[in-house]
Design a protein around this ligand. Structure first.
Ligand SMILES: Cc1ncc(C[n+]2csc(CCOP(=O)(O)OP(=O)(O)O)c2C)c(N)n1
Ligand SMILES: [Mg+2]
Length: 660
């Protein structure tokens, strides 16, 4: 490199100070402290091509310390990406700019993931590194051969998820994962000495990582540490001793630089210290030219890769998988034919497994797994080999008891592309995954959560294991499809919908207990695609509409039978997905839930939200308390999930309405 890397790094420092100053909000300290490391990485090591940010075989760069977003915006612009422009950067943190407060994968190409919730970027990077090795095993070095680089701060390493993610990466021997730890010994509250005294290198060594150290402001040292990491077959942590806010003479090394504008005086002092004489948002031509030249480094490797791809017999398949299109037949149609011919009484977790048998045979891109509940979540199909350190071609991951780590890794896999991850745990432990589920939804990635033991119906394990509020709370997350299928047919249909949701995650809430098949005819259409549909129309004059989900659909059938015996007509609406139903037009929704009928919801969970469908005069049968430890049928009976308990409530409500 011709230019002094310090000058290149100072361009990052200047832009970061200027942008935060203009917004009067943001985090200058981290980009200024890590500018030297990032400059060496981006100008000398990172394999990328600003001309094609989506190049499939590019290295992935993960800014796990997302508050330092000006670091990546600076790197992208300086390297020559089409966006952000300098105008975008000058409007940092404003509505019209893609340079959001924290990096958003959907706002800028080159931002591989949404980061900011500390620790999750690191967790996603582990998933990216898994996806890379897995695809490498199928497509070979010629087509898939890249690294995943991470910048993580003290916070990312302190978060609990770091333990899960690093443990998994060490176990899987993900040698192409290299994480830089911005060891500046500062967090928001002040010195890290206030809150932590662990030996992080020893912790990483214990995980099976390689640990290198460097002075993060000494270019030769940075290169030496990276070279060591590249040479080591294990995942590497590079501890970079840095000074937060490096270059701001009065504030550097203190938490004052972490998350606030430096202020005009300090910016002026920093410019002096850095001998930086340009106006705000102006980068001297020769420095920008050096950056752009470095950005052009990858064009040749990209061109060579394109030539190899063009000549490869696997071209079409790799492109299909990376772009996320499904093959014409996902395998589900044949399985639905069989269910129509031979109805099954199965737990929906088992129905899910059987649907997966068909899906996994038809879709080479699925990668399953479970957080140590494989036999309970029914996530592993017969042909699936485990994905291991010795054999990355496997399509099943034993995540261990690492729910959050699993969910974050699945986000990373989906973001990487080329694979469709699904993973299981108990629905009650969706809480352990929840921050990552939220990021799946925000990022719009296709991750499929297989959440079994979906109600008090799981029985004996009792209230710690019985989800009550979970369906409600998951339905609150925007862009998350929550499916609670009622039988084997609905389970297969919901799997189809989850696979087709390319722009968002899905949760499949599945039972432990057996359920009779309620859908006996082979429908050409996927009835679950409308979120709710009339499973059975009233025989007598309709007075009631029963709306149920999952295991309570069978119960609704029994309730309807009892009502019909008394001459009270009752429709049964199965509603596997609120969000899909809400997306239907008003006529469809009103046709299913007419104003002139008493609407009754039945779901073994909290009732909050059901008033949306049953209306102010309706009845929501649910459970607004914790469950109990006993056989599932006994618990259902105890809490009133029987026709005998529900029918009188409906009769009383009808009488009340009649009296009015
Ligand atoms: C899960 C989570 N908790 C809290 C925060 C708020 N937060 C943002 S940065 C930060 C301090 C992080 O310290 P460090 O990683 O050392 O960053 P540095 O101050 O060195 O830039 C905190 C607590 C967050 N973004 N995510
Ligand atoms: Mg820090």
């Amino acid at each position: 490199m011709a230019a002094d890397p310090r000058l290149l790094a100072n361009a990052i420092r200047a832009l970061s100070m200027d942008a935060v100053e203009a917004a009067n909000s943001g985090h200058p300290g981290m980009p200024m402290g890590m500018a030297d490391v990032a400059t060496i990485l981006w100008t000398e090591y990172l394999k990328h091509d600003p001309g094609d940010p989506a190049w499939h075989d590019r290295d992935r760069f993960m800014l796990s310390a997302g508050h330092g977003s000006m670091l990546i915006y600076s790197l992208l612009w300086l390297s020559g990406y089409a966006r952000p422009t300098i105008a975008d950067i000058s409007k940092f943190r404003q509505l019209e700019s893609p340079c959001a407060g924290h990096p958003e994968n959907f706002m800028l190409e080159g931002v591989e993931a949404t980061t900011g919730p500390l620790g999750q970027g690191f967790g996603m990077a582990v998933g990216m590194a898994i996806a890379e090795r897995h695809l490498n095993a199928s497509f070979g070095d010629d087509l898939v051969d890249h690294r995943t680089w991470v910048i993580a701060g003290d916070g990312c390493l302190m978060e609990g998820i770091n333990h899960e993610a690093a443990g998994l990466a060490g176990h899987l021997g993900l040698g192409r994962l290299i994480a830089f730890w911005d060891d500046n010994r500062i967090t928001i509250d002040g010195s890290t000495a206030l809150s932590t005294s662990e030996d992080i290198p020893a912790r990483y060594a214990a995980y099976g990582w390689h640990v290198a150290e460097c002075d993060g402001h000494d270019f030769a040292e940075i290169r030496r540490a990276i070279d060591e990491a590249l040479a080591d077959p294990r995942p590497s942590l590079i501890r970079c001793r840095t000074i937060i806010g490096w270059g701001a003479p009065n504030k550097q090394g203190t938490s004052a630089t972490h998350g606030a504008a430096l202020g005009a005086d300090e910016v002026a002092a920093a410019r002096k210290q850095l001998v930086w004489e340009s106006e705000p948002f102006e980068i001297p031509d020769e420095i920008l030219a050096e950056w752009r030249a470095a950005g052009g480094r990858g064009a040749k490797a990209h061109g060579d890769w394109r030539a190899r791809l063009a000549a490869s017999g696997q071209r079409e398949e790799l492109v299909r998988r990376m772009e996320g299109g499904l093959p014409a037949d996902s395998g589900i149609s044949g399985w639905l034919d069989r269910l129509a011919a031979e109805p099954q009484k199965l737990a929906t977790r088992k129905s899910s497994e059987l649907a997966l048998e068909a899906i996994n045979a038809a879709l080479p891109e699925t990668i399953g797994g479970s957080a140590d509940l494989t036999g309970s979540n029914n996530t592993k199909t017969k042909g699936q080999k485990p994905l291991t350190k010795e054999d990355y071609s496997g399509r099943y991951i034993y995540y261990g008891i690492r729910e959050f780590g699993m969910a974050a890794a699945m986000n990373g896999m989906a973001l990487h592309g080329g694979v469709i991850p699904y993973g299981g745990t108990f629905l009650v432990f969706s809480d352990y995954c929840r921050p990552a589920i939220r990021l799946s939804a925000l990022q719009g990635v296709r991750v499929i959560y297989v959440m079994t033991h979906d109600s008090i119906g799981l029985g004996e394990d009792g209230p710690t294991h019985q989800p009550v509020e979970h369906l409600t709370s998951l339905r609150l997350i925007p862009n998350l499809a929550v499916f609670r299928p009622a039988d084997a047919v609905e389970t297969a249909e919901c799997w189809q919908l989850a696979l087709e949701r390319r722009d968002g995650p899905s949760v499949l809430a599945l039972t432990r207990q057996n359920l009779a098949q309620v859908r006996l005819e082979r429908n050409a259409d996927n009835l679950c695609s409308r979120g709710a549909y009339r499973l059975r129309a009233a025989a007598a004059a309709r007075q009631v509409v029963l709306i149920a989900t999952g295991s309570e659909v069978s119960l609704a059938l029994a309730v309807a039978d009892a009502l019909e015996e008394q001459g009270i007509g009752a429709d049964i609406v199965s509603m596997p997905s609120w969000s899909h139903f809400d997306a239907q037009d008003a006529a469809y929704r009103a046709g299913l839930l007419p104003a002139d009928a008493l609407k009754v919801s039945i779901e073994a969970g909290t009732t909050l939200g059901w008033e949306r469908y049953v209306g102010p005069d309706g009845l929501a049968v649910g459970l607004d308390r914790f469950g109990a430890s006993a056989p599932g049928d006994d618990v259902f009976r105890r809490f009133g999930f029987t026709a005998e308990a529900i029918v009188p409530q409906i009769l009383a409500r009808l009488k009340l309405q009649g009296d009015q």
